[in-house]
Ligand binder design. Structure first.
Ligand code: SF4
Length: 388
């Protein structure tokens, strides 16, 4: 019998952006073009520091996220990719994703990214309405976004994804279906759609606290999500995770692996890793990161080892967000069957049970967080840690 090598991915954080969007809470650096080359060098060195992970049998996926990875010169991206390939190995048909903004300047580098070996492009469209893009503080227009998508198709990526945002404060109700309609007309292979949340420390939060940012109510948010599901379902997309939709064969393998417990290494500012049951992450200060790498010091700023029952609660939460749901153990399944929760959820059309596999329906997806807490309260043994 042959054993399958566990899946393994690499996340590379590229923090540089031309300006900070007012809703953004990611680790982003602006106005530091002077530091890009030293950062690329540091990332390559950090990858080299993990050469012992070569024994994982090579990378299934590489994901350049940001920030704005497409702001790197393609030669810099190639250098990181070649380092990853040399140090960790790339498995055949590895998925290599780059996140990109749809400005004209960045679209001009898409063909180079494709030639560099990237086979999946994720474009941060966000909206096809100029007024909404303006509200989000984005620098591109709807026309730029459609143009960038065409450039990506011409560059012949295996898979092109679009990110879009709903529940934009102050946006008229008709903007969201109009954006979705345009998405469907352009027909990307993959769509990620997120409701905007106002994060602590962002300009949006300051405006909200000052009463200057319109509230988006729960009902409006739920209505936007419902339109998303209906319109993309009608267009034939598979709803494979709460916020993600794909044409057949175009799921994001990198994200899927993260949701389903595969190991990944993260390099660069704030990048998170999950290896051998331990989660750890880098610090978020650019100069400090580069300095530590140059001095051969650790860049790690935190770590945690999730033990049961928290680890099981998390795997249930992540699994229930996917279309494949979770496989329950015999005892978990028995606890669920004996509860009055299951018949209630089944009557409400919120869950499906197939043997010991439990998954949420579309109705269940819309309240997934609350459902996964209720389900975990029943199925996860509270004193699991004492038994392991
Ligand atoms: S482009 Fe993306 S990562 Fe950069 S500031 Fe805007 S939202 Fe944040």
């Amino acid at each position: 019998m042959t054993t399958r090598t566990p899946r393994f991915g690499l996340y590379v954080h590229i923090p540089f952006c031309p300006q900070r969007c007012p809703y953004c809470a990611f680790t982003v650096v602006t106005g530091r073009e002077d530091a890009v080359e030293a950062y690329v060098e540091a990332v390559c060195t950090e990858i080299g520091n993990w050469r012992h992970l070569r024994d994982r049998g090579g990378l299934d996926t590489v994901f350049f996220g940001g920030g704005t990875p497409s702001r790197l010169a393609s030669a810099q991206l190639v250098r990181i990719l070649e380092t990853a390939s040399r140090v960790l190995g790339l498995r055949a048909l590895a998925e290599i994703t780059v996140e990109a903004n749809p400005t004209t300047a960045e679209a001009s580098s898409f063909a180079d990214l494709r030639r560099a070996g990237c086979n999946r492009l994720s474009i941060g469209v966000q909206s096809f309405r100029d007024a909404s893009l303006h509200r989000l503080g984005r620098m591109h227009s709807a026309t730029d976004a459609a143009g960038a998508y065409k450039v990506a198709r011409d560059a012949d990526f295996d898979s092109v994804s679009m990110d879009v945002i709903f529940s934009i404060p102050g946006a008229p109700a008709e903007d969201w279906p109009a954006t979705l309609q345009q998405v469907v007309e352009l027909d990307p292979d993959h769509v990620s759609a997120y409701g905007l949340s106002v994060e602590p420390g962002t300009p949006f939060e300051r405006r909200r606290l000052a009463g200057e940012l319109p509230e988006v109510g729960e009902e409006a948010d739920a209505a936007d999500y419902e339109q998303l599901v209906q319109i993309l379902d009608r267009a034939g997309y598979e709803h494979y995770e709460i916020s993600n939709f794909a044409r057949s064969g175009h799921r994001s393998r990198h994200n899927w692996d993260c949701w389903t417990g595969a190991e990944y290494l993260g390099v660069g500012l704030s990048a998170h890793s999950y290896l051998a049951g331990r989660r750890f992450w880098n610090g978020s200060d650019l100069d400090e990161y580069v300095r530590r790498i140059q001095l051969g010091e650790s860049t790690q700023s935190g770590e945690e080892t999730l033990a049961d029952p928290d680890a099981r609660r998390e795997s249930l939460w992540l699994g229930l967000r996917t279309c494949e749901g979770v496989a329950l153990s015999q005892s978990e399944s028995e606890r669920l069957m004996a509860s009055d929760l299951l018949p209630r959820l089944q009557r409400g059309g919120q869950v499906c049970v197939d043997g010991r596999r439990l998954r949420l329906t579309e109705t269940g997806f819309s309240i997934a967080d609350a459902l996964s807490v209720s389900i975990a309260d029943i199925v996860v043994e509270p004193d699991l840690a004492l038994h392991t």
